[in-house]
Design a protein. Sequence first.
Length: 135
Amino acid sequence: MKQGLSKRKDDEEAGEIDLTPMLDVVFILLIFFIVTSVFVTEAGIDVSKPEASTVEDTSGDMILIAVGPQGDIWIDGDQIDPRFIRARFELRLADAPNSAVIIQGDESASNEQIMLILKAAREANINDVSISAEA
């Protein structure tokens, strides 16, 4: 009789499915996709871009900087003082050394702010600077 009881117990254990390894794999895949995903960065405000006759697509590491219609400057969703543009560029270059600057200037913004950004980029040794426009 004892042998029959132990055999029945073994059969019950053999019929159960252990989900632990599957959950481990799912969590590892989730972590992998989170780490390797590309996050879209935005400058912080919507601007109406001026039209241009030539437009190029850009890719890679980009520092998006927006100039609003009143001349306010935004980087990574934060409105910043024009005096700190170069410092913000240098911080971003520490993370991604070959970053390009994309200026999204509103069509009614003054050129003075664009020139301040260009000067800060030159002082931070950024060679790849573009001005975003509509085709």
